[in-house]
Design a binder for this molecule. Structure first.
Ligand code: ATP
Ligand code: MG
Length: 421
Protein backbone atom coordinates (compact mmCIF):
# COMPACT_ATOMS: atom_id res chain seq x y z
CA UNK A 1 0.00 0.00 0.00
CA UNK A 2 1.47 3.38 -1.01
CA UNK A 3 1.40 6.38 1.31
CA UNK A 4 -2.27 7.07 2.03
CA UNK A 5 -3.94 10.24 3.27
CA UNK A 6 -4.14 8.52 6.67
CA UNK A 7 -0.33 8.11 6.63
CA UNK A 8 0.06 11.78 5.71
CA UNK A 9 -2.15 12.86 8.61
CA UNK A 10 -0.47 10.39 10.98
CA UNK A 11 2.97 11.76 10.08
CA UNK A 12 1.84 15.33 10.56
CA UNK A 13 0.35 14.50 13.95
CA UNK A 14 3.60 12.83 15.05
CA UNK A 15 5.50 15.96 13.98
CA UNK A 16 3.04 18.38 15.59
CA UNK A 17 3.17 16.48 18.84
CA UNK A 18 6.94 16.72 18.87
CA UNK A 19 7.29 12.93 18.70
CA UNK A 20 9.61 12.94 15.69
CA UNK A 21 11.78 15.30 13.70
CA UNK A 22 11.33 16.23 10.03
CA UNK A 23 14.37 14.13 9.31
CA UNK A 24 12.96 11.04 11.05
CA UNK A 25 9.61 11.40 9.29
CA UNK A 26 11.35 11.70 5.94
CA UNK A 27 13.33 8.54 6.64
CA UNK A 28 10.16 6.67 7.61
CA UNK A 29 8.30 7.80 4.48
CA UNK A 30 11.24 6.63 2.35
CA UNK A 31 11.16 3.27 4.07
CA UNK A 32 7.39 3.08 3.49
CA UNK A 33 7.98 3.67 -0.22
CA UNK A 34 10.73 1.04 -0.29
CA UNK A 35 8.42 -1.50 1.34
CA UNK A 36 5.91 -0.85 -1.43
CA UNK A 37 8.62 -1.46 -4.04
CA UNK A 38 9.68 -4.67 -2.22
CA UNK A 39 6.07 -5.79 -2.36
CA UNK A 40 5.77 -5.88 1.44
CA UNK A 41 3.32 -3.07 1.95
CA UNK A 42 2.64 -1.67 5.41
CA UNK A 43 1.61 1.68 6.92
CA UNK A 44 3.47 4.65 8.37
CA UNK A 45 2.62 3.87 11.99
CA UNK A 46 4.14 0.39 11.60
CA UNK A 47 7.31 1.73 9.95
CA UNK A 48 7.74 4.37 12.65
CA UNK A 49 7.49 1.61 15.24
CA UNK A 50 9.93 -0.64 13.36
CA UNK A 51 12.51 2.14 13.08
CA UNK A 52 12.14 2.98 16.77
CA UNK A 53 10.93 6.51 16.03
CA UNK A 54 7.76 5.95 18.06
CA UNK A 55 7.13 3.74 21.04
CA UNK A 56 4.13 1.42 20.97
CA UNK A 57 2.10 3.59 23.35
CA UNK A 58 2.92 6.76 21.39
CA UNK A 59 1.71 5.13 18.19
CA UNK A 60 -1.40 3.94 20.02
CA UNK A 61 -2.14 7.45 21.29
CA UNK A 62 -1.75 8.90 17.80
CA UNK A 63 -4.04 6.24 16.36
CA UNK A 64 -6.70 7.10 18.97
CA UNK A 65 -6.30 10.77 18.08
CA UNK A 66 -6.66 9.88 14.44
CA UNK A 67 -9.89 8.01 15.12
CA UNK A 68 -11.20 11.05 17.02
CA UNK A 69 -10.20 13.19 14.05
CA UNK A 70 -12.16 10.99 11.69
CA UNK A 71 -15.10 11.22 14.08
CA UNK A 72 -14.77 15.00 13.86
CA UNK A 73 -13.71 15.74 17.45
CA UNK A 74 -10.09 16.64 16.86
CA UNK A 75 -8.09 18.42 14.25
CA UNK A 76 -4.62 17.15 13.51
CA UNK A 77 -3.58 19.86 11.10
CA UNK A 78 -1.94 21.96 13.77
CA UNK A 79 -3.88 25.05 12.66
CA UNK A 80 -6.25 24.58 15.55
CA UNK A 81 -7.18 21.94 18.07
CA UNK A 82 -10.37 20.93 16.34
CA UNK A 83 -12.18 21.87 19.49
CA UNK A 84 -10.79 25.35 18.83
CA UNK A 85 -13.81 26.62 17.04
CA UNK A 86 -15.87 25.23 19.85
CA UNK A 87 -14.17 26.91 22.80
CA UNK A 88 -16.74 29.53 23.52
CA UNK A 89 -15.32 33.03 23.61
CA UNK A 90 -11.94 32.26 21.98
CA UNK A 91 -10.65 32.22 18.42
CA UNK A 92 -7.62 30.03 17.79
CA UNK A 93 -4.90 31.88 15.85
CA UNK A 94 -2.20 29.21 15.61
CA UNK A 95 0.02 26.83 17.48
CA UNK A 96 2.64 28.14 19.96
CA UNK A 97 4.23 24.89 20.94
CA UNK A 98 3.71 21.37 22.15
CA UNK A 99 4.84 19.70 25.31
CA UNK A 100 4.76 16.05 26.17
CA UNK A 101 1.23 16.20 27.47
CA UNK A 102 -0.51 19.04 25.69
CA UNK A 103 -0.53 21.55 22.86
CA UNK A 104 -0.48 25.30 23.45
CA UNK A 105 -2.29 27.64 21.04
CA UNK A 106 -2.28 31.35 20.55
CA UNK A 107 -5.83 32.65 20.63
CA UNK A 108 -7.93 35.77 20.78
CA UNK A 109 -10.19 36.24 23.77
CA UNK A 110 -13.13 37.79 22.00
CA UNK A 111 -14.73 39.56 24.98
CA UNK A 112 -11.60 41.51 25.89
CA UNK A 113 -10.06 41.55 22.42
CA UNK A 114 -6.70 40.38 23.71
CA UNK A 115 -4.26 37.64 22.82
CA UNK A 116 -4.06 34.69 25.21
CA UNK A 117 -2.43 31.27 25.23
CA UNK A 118 -4.62 28.16 25.60
CA UNK A 119 -3.27 24.85 26.72
CA UNK A 120 -5.42 21.93 25.67
CA UNK A 121 -5.00 18.68 27.55
CA UNK A 122 -5.46 15.30 25.93
CA UNK A 123 -8.71 13.47 26.49
CA UNK A 124 -7.18 10.83 28.72
CA UNK A 125 -7.17 13.34 31.60
CA UNK A 126 -10.96 13.41 31.53
CA UNK A 127 -10.96 9.71 32.34
CA UNK A 128 -9.53 10.37 35.79
CA UNK A 129 -12.11 12.28 37.87
CA UNK A 130 -9.55 12.94 40.64
CA UNK A 131 -7.24 14.65 38.20
CA UNK A 132 -10.05 16.71 36.66
CA UNK A 133 -11.19 17.84 40.10
CA UNK A 134 -7.66 18.84 41.05
CA UNK A 135 -7.14 20.53 37.68
CA UNK A 136 -10.09 22.82 38.34
CA UNK A 137 -9.24 23.35 42.00
CA UNK A 138 -5.66 24.34 41.21
CA UNK A 139 -6.77 26.33 38.17
CA UNK A 140 -9.03 28.40 40.42
CA UNK A 141 -6.22 28.81 42.97
CA UNK A 142 -3.79 29.87 40.22
CA UNK A 143 -6.29 32.41 38.94
CA UNK A 144 -6.17 34.07 42.37
CA UNK A 145 -2.44 34.65 42.02
CA UNK A 146 -1.35 37.91 40.58
CA UNK A 147 2.36 38.49 40.15
CA UNK A 148 4.45 40.03 37.44
CA UNK A 149 6.69 36.93 37.32
CA UNK A 150 3.86 34.40 37.01
CA UNK A 151 2.05 33.64 33.75
CA UNK A 152 -1.40 34.86 34.69
CA UNK A 153 -4.11 32.19 34.71
CA UNK A 154 -7.25 33.39 32.96
CA UNK A 155 -9.72 30.55 32.70
CA UNK A 156 -10.25 26.79 32.86
CA UNK A 157 -12.94 24.87 31.07
CA UNK A 158 -13.95 21.94 28.92
CA UNK A 159 -14.90 21.78 25.26
CA UNK A 160 -15.72 18.64 23.28
CA UNK A 161 -14.26 16.47 26.03
CA UNK A 162 -10.94 18.35 26.20
CA UNK A 163 -10.01 20.31 29.30
CA UNK A 164 -8.28 23.59 28.63
CA UNK A 165 -6.40 26.23 30.54
CA UNK A 166 -6.37 29.81 29.30
CA UNK A 167 -3.43 31.99 30.34
CA UNK A 168 -1.55 35.19 29.66
CA UNK A 169 0.26 35.08 26.32
CA UNK A 170 4.03 35.54 26.69
CA UNK A 171 5.79 36.82 23.63
CA UNK A 172 9.27 35.50 24.12
CA UNK A 173 11.22 32.31 24.67
CA UNK A 174 11.77 29.71 27.34
CA UNK A 175 15.07 29.21 29.20
CA UNK A 176 15.06 25.76 27.64
CA UNK A 177 15.32 27.27 24.14
CA UNK A 178 18.68 28.85 25.10
CA UNK A 179 19.95 25.73 26.87
CA UNK A 180 18.97 23.52 23.94
CA UNK A 181 20.99 25.84 21.70
CA UNK A 182 24.00 25.11 23.92
CA UNK A 183 24.08 28.48 25.67
CA UNK A 184 25.63 28.57 29.15
CA UNK A 185 24.23 31.46 31.18
CA UNK A 186 26.59 33.98 32.77
CA UNK A 187 26.44 33.80 36.56
CA UNK A 188 25.07 37.33 36.80
CA UNK A 189 22.32 36.73 34.23
CA UNK A 190 21.37 33.39 35.79
CA UNK A 191 21.09 35.05 39.21
CA UNK A 192 18.72 37.70 37.85
CA UNK A 193 16.49 35.02 36.32
CA UNK A 194 16.53 32.76 39.39
CA UNK A 195 15.71 35.71 41.67
CA UNK A 196 12.66 36.53 39.55
CA UNK A 197 11.48 32.90 39.63
CA UNK A 198 12.08 32.84 43.40
CA UNK A 199 9.91 35.97 43.75
CA UNK A 200 7.18 34.22 41.75
CA UNK A 201 7.42 31.16 44.00
CA UNK A 202 7.38 33.28 47.18
CA UNK A 203 4.05 34.72 46.03
CA UNK A 204 2.59 31.31 45.13
CA UNK A 205 3.82 29.60 48.29
CA UNK A 206 2.38 32.38 50.44
CA UNK A 207 -1.00 31.58 48.86
CA UNK A 208 -0.53 27.87 49.53
CA UNK A 209 0.26 26.83 45.95
CA UNK A 210 3.25 24.62 45.14
CA UNK A 211 4.35 24.55 41.49
CA UNK A 212 5.72 20.95 41.41
CA UNK A 213 7.18 21.26 37.91
CA UNK A 214 9.73 24.08 37.91
CA UNK A 215 12.08 23.48 34.94
CA UNK A 216 13.69 25.46 32.09
CA UNK A 217 10.70 24.75 29.80
CA UNK A 218 8.40 26.44 32.29
CA UNK A 219 10.51 29.58 32.70
CA UNK A 220 9.81 32.10 29.96
CA UNK A 221 11.37 35.49 29.30
CA UNK A 222 9.40 38.13 27.46
CA UNK A 223 10.73 40.73 25.08
CA UNK A 224 11.32 43.20 27.95
CA UNK A 225 13.45 40.66 29.84
CA UNK A 226 10.77 39.96 32.45
CA UNK A 227 10.80 36.36 33.63
CA UNK A 228 7.45 34.54 33.69
CA UNK A 229 6.96 31.23 35.49
CA UNK A 230 4.52 29.13 33.44
CA UNK A 231 2.18 26.26 34.30
CA UNK A 232 1.56 27.47 37.82
CA UNK A 233 -1.26 25.40 39.21
CA UNK A 234 -1.16 22.72 36.55
CA UNK A 235 -0.41 19.96 39.00
CA UNK A 236 1.86 17.36 37.53
CA UNK A 237 0.60 13.95 38.49
CA UNK A 238 2.65 11.11 39.83
CA UNK A 239 1.27 9.09 36.92
CA UNK A 240 3.60 11.20 34.77
CA UNK A 241 6.54 9.69 36.59
CA UNK A 242 5.24 6.20 35.99
CA UNK A 243 4.75 7.11 32.35
CA UNK A 244 8.26 8.56 32.21
CA UNK A 245 9.63 5.30 33.58
CA UNK A 246 7.86 3.18 31.01
CA UNK A 247 8.18 5.50 28.04
CA UNK A 248 11.97 5.81 28.27
CA UNK A 249 11.64 9.57 28.24
CA UNK A 250 10.61 10.05 24.66
CA UNK A 251 7.13 11.45 25.09
CA UNK A 252 7.38 12.46 28.71
CA UNK A 253 10.33 14.73 29.40
CA UNK A 254 13.06 13.06 31.41
CA UNK A 255 12.80 14.06 35.07
CA UNK A 256 16.00 16.11 35.27
CA UNK A 257 14.76 18.65 37.80
CA UNK A 258 12.49 16.69 40.12
CA UNK A 259 12.96 16.63 43.91
CA UNK A 260 13.78 13.28 45.58
CA UNK A 261 10.65 13.37 47.74
CA UNK A 262 8.50 13.72 44.60
CA UNK A 263 10.27 10.71 43.08
CA UNK A 264 9.50 8.73 46.23
CA UNK A 265 5.86 9.71 45.75
CA UNK A 266 5.59 11.37 49.17
CA UNK A 267 2.24 13.02 49.66
CA UNK A 268 3.27 15.99 51.78
CA UNK A 269 5.15 17.85 49.04
CA UNK A 270 5.89 21.41 50.10
CA UNK A 271 7.69 24.50 48.79
CA UNK A 272 11.06 22.87 49.32
CA UNK A 273 10.39 20.63 46.29
CA UNK A 274 10.16 23.81 44.17
CA UNK A 275 13.42 25.02 45.72
CA UNK A 276 15.14 21.77 44.64
CA UNK A 277 13.75 22.03 41.09
CA UNK A 278 14.78 25.67 40.82
CA UNK A 279 18.24 24.65 42.08
CA UNK A 280 18.47 22.00 39.36
CA UNK A 281 17.38 24.58 36.77
CA UNK A 282 19.99 27.03 38.12
CA UNK A 283 22.61 24.24 37.90
CA UNK A 284 21.76 23.60 34.25
CA UNK A 285 21.89 27.32 33.44
CA UNK A 286 25.34 27.94 34.89
CA UNK A 287 27.04 24.67 33.95
CA UNK A 288 25.29 23.86 30.66
CA UNK A 289 24.61 20.39 32.07
CA UNK A 290 21.71 18.82 33.88
CA UNK A 291 22.66 17.80 37.44
CA UNK A 292 22.21 14.07 36.80
CA UNK A 293 22.48 12.48 33.40
CA UNK A 294 21.72 8.85 32.54
CA UNK A 295 20.55 6.70 29.67
CA UNK A 296 16.98 6.46 30.92
CA UNK A 297 14.56 8.27 33.24
CA UNK A 298 14.71 5.61 35.97
CA UNK A 299 18.48 6.00 36.26
CA UNK A 300 18.18 9.80 36.34
CA UNK A 301 15.70 9.45 39.21
CA UNK A 302 17.92 6.96 41.03
CA UNK A 303 20.77 9.48 40.84
CA UNK A 304 18.57 12.26 42.27
CA UNK A 305 17.92 9.94 45.21
CA UNK A 306 21.40 8.52 45.78
CA UNK A 307 24.25 10.07 43.82
CA UNK A 308 26.18 12.98 45.33
CA UNK A 309 25.97 16.17 43.26
CA UNK A 310 29.09 17.35 41.47
CA UNK A 311 29.41 20.94 42.76
CA UNK A 312 28.65 23.35 39.90
CA UNK A 313 31.97 25.19 40.35
CA UNK A 314 33.81 21.91 39.65
CA UNK A 315 32.23 21.95 36.19
CA UNK A 316 32.36 25.66 35.48
CA UNK A 317 35.44 26.83 37.34
CA UNK A 318 34.66 30.49 36.66
CA UNK A 319 31.67 30.31 39.01
CA UNK A 320 31.88 32.01 42.40
CA UNK A 321 32.02 29.77 45.45
CA UNK A 322 28.92 31.61 46.71
CA UNK A 323 26.72 30.60 43.78
CA UNK A 324 27.94 27.05 44.03
CA UNK A 325 27.07 26.89 47.73
CA UNK A 326 23.59 28.29 47.04
CA UNK A 327 22.90 25.71 44.30
CA UNK A 328 24.17 22.87 46.49
CA UNK A 329 21.97 23.99 49.38
CA UNK A 330 18.95 24.27 47.09
CA UNK A 331 19.62 20.74 45.84
CA UNK A 332 20.26 19.01 49.18
CA UNK A 333 18.72 15.54 48.88
CA UNK A 334 17.12 15.79 52.29
CA UNK A 335 14.62 18.64 52.32
CA UNK A 336 15.56 19.44 55.93
CA UNK A 337 19.04 20.40 54.69
CA UNK A 338 17.73 22.79 51.99
CA UNK A 339 16.62 26.38 52.33
CA UNK A 340 13.47 25.97 54.38
CA UNK A 341 11.55 28.63 52.49
CA UNK A 342 11.95 31.10 49.65
CA UNK A 343 12.76 33.99 52.04
CA UNK A 344 15.90 32.16 53.20
CA UNK A 345 16.82 31.48 49.58
CA UNK A 346 16.24 35.07 48.49
CA UNK A 347 18.50 36.31 51.30
CA UNK A 348 21.40 34.28 49.92
CA UNK A 349 20.64 35.04 46.26
CA UNK A 350 20.68 38.75 47.02
CA UNK A 351 23.92 38.43 49.05
CA UNK A 352 25.65 36.62 46.19
CA UNK A 353 24.35 39.21 43.74
CA UNK A 354 25.95 41.89 45.95
CA UNK A 355 29.25 39.99 46.03
CA UNK A 356 28.71 38.91 49.64
CA UNK A 357 28.88 35.51 51.31
CA UNK A 358 25.65 33.40 51.30
CA UNK A 359 25.23 33.30 55.06
CA UNK A 360 22.27 30.93 55.25
CA UNK A 361 24.05 28.29 53.13
CA UNK A 362 27.29 28.76 55.13
CA UNK A 363 25.44 28.22 58.37
CA UNK A 364 23.84 25.06 57.01
CA UNK A 365 27.24 23.74 55.86
CA UNK A 366 28.70 24.47 59.32
CA UNK A 367 25.82 22.74 61.10
CA UNK A 368 26.23 19.77 58.79
CA UNK A 369 29.98 19.56 59.44
CA UNK A 370 29.36 19.90 63.18
CA UNK A 371 26.83 17.10 63.00
CA UNK A 372 29.32 14.99 61.12
CA UNK A 373 32.01 15.79 63.70
CA UNK A 374 29.61 14.84 66.46
CA UNK A 375 28.76 11.61 64.66
CA UNK A 376 32.51 10.91 64.31
CA UNK A 377 33.10 11.58 68.02
CA UNK A 378 30.20 9.32 68.95
CA UNK A 379 31.66 6.55 66.81
CA UNK A 380 35.06 7.09 68.45
CA UNK A 381 33.62 7.06 71.93
CA UNK A 382 31.61 3.90 71.27
CA UNK A 383 34.68 2.26 69.76
CA UNK A 384 36.67 3.32 72.88
CA UNK A 385 34.04 1.79 75.08
CA UNK A 386 34.22 -1.33 72.98
CA UNK A 387 38.04 -1.53 73.32
CA UNK A 388 37.76 -0.90 77.03
CA UNK A 389 35.14 -3.64 77.45
CA UNK A 390 37.18 -6.11 75.41
CA UNK A 391 40.27 -5.40 77.53
CA UNK A 392 38.31 -5.98 80.75
CA UNK A 393 36.95 -9.29 79.45
CA UNK A 394 40.49 -10.37 78.51
CA UNK A 395 41.83 -9.50 81.96
CA UNK A 396 38.90 -11.32 83.56
CA UNK A 397 39.62 -14.41 81.46
CA UNK A 398 43.34 -14.34 82.38
CA UNK A 399 42.37 -14.00 86.05
CA UNK A 400 40.02 -17.00 85.87
CA UNK A 401 42.64 -19.07 84.05
CA UNK A 402 45.28 -18.10 86.66
CA UNK A 403 42.98 -19.05 89.52
CA UNK A 404 42.11 -22.32 87.79
CA UNK A 405 45.81 -23.17 87.33
CA UNK A 406 46.57 -22.33 90.98
CA UNK A 407 43.73 -24.55 92.28
CA UNK A 408 45.01 -27.42 90.07
CA UNK A 409 48.52 -27.06 91.53
CA UNK A 410 47.08 -26.99 95.07
CA UNK A 411 44.98 -30.12 94.41
CA UNK A 412 48.06 -31.94 93.01
CA UNK A 413 50.13 -30.97 96.12
CA UNK A 414 47.33 -32.12 98.50
CA UNK A 415 46.97 -35.47 96.66
CA UNK A 416 50.77 -35.85 96.74
CA UNK A 417 50.93 -35.18 100.51
CA UNK A 418 48.02 -37.53 101.29
CA UNK A 419 49.58 -40.34 99.25
CA UNK A 420 52.92 -39.88 101.14
CA UNK A 421 51.33 -39.99 104.54
N1 ATP B 1 1.71 31.36 28.18
C1 ATP B 1 2.40 31.05 27.08
N2 ATP B 1 2.67 32.00 26.14
C2 ATP B 1 3.36 31.68 25.03
N3 ATP B 1 3.85 30.46 24.77
C3 ATP B 1 3.64 29.48 25.67
C4 ATP B 1 2.91 29.72 26.86
N4 ATP B 1 2.86 28.58 27.58
C5 ATP B 1 3.53 27.66 26.85
N5 ATP B 1 4.00 28.19 25.70
C6 ATP B 1 4.78 27.50 24.65
O1 ATP B 1 4.22 26.22 24.46
C7 ATP B 1 5.22 25.21 24.64
C8 ATP B 1 4.59 23.97 25.24
O2 ATP B 1 4.24 24.18 26.56
P1 ATP B 1 3.83 23.00 27.55
O3 ATP B 1 3.64 23.59 28.90
O4 ATP B 1 2.70 22.25 26.95
O5 ATP B 1 5.04 22.01 27.52
P2 ATP B 1 6.50 22.22 28.10
O6 ATP B 1 6.41 22.95 29.40
O7 ATP B 1 7.35 22.85 27.03
O8 ATP B 1 7.03 20.75 28.28
P3 ATP B 1 6.45 19.53 29.12
O9 ATP B 1 5.27 18.99 28.42
O10 ATP B 1 7.61 18.60 29.15
O11 ATP B 1 6.07 20.05 30.49
C9 ATP B 1 6.26 25.86 25.54
O12 ATP B 1 7.52 25.28 25.35
C10 ATP B 1 6.23 27.31 25.07
O13 ATP B 1 7.06 27.47 23.93
MG1 MG C 1 4.99 24.12 30.32
Amino acid sequence: MAQTSIDTIFGKMALDNGLCTDEELKKCLERLKAREAENTPTNLAQVMLELGVLTRSQAERLRTNLRETKAGTANPTGAGPGVGHQIPGYQIMGKLGAGAMAIVYKARQVSLDRTVAIKILPKKFSENPDYVERFYKEGRAAAKLNHNNIVQAVDVGEAAGHHYFVMEYVEGKTIYDDLAAGKVCKEKDALEIVIQVANALAHAHAKGLIHRDVKPKNVMINAAGVVKLADMGLAREMTDIKAAQTEAGRAYGTPYYIAPEQIRGEVDIDGRADIYALGATFYHMVTGRVPFEAANPSDVMRKHLKEPLIPPDHINTSLSAGVSEVVETMMAKNKADRYQNIDELLKDLNSVRNGEVPLVARKKFQIESLEQLEKGAAIESTSNTKTYTEEAILKYRIGILGLGALSMVLIVIIIFMISRS
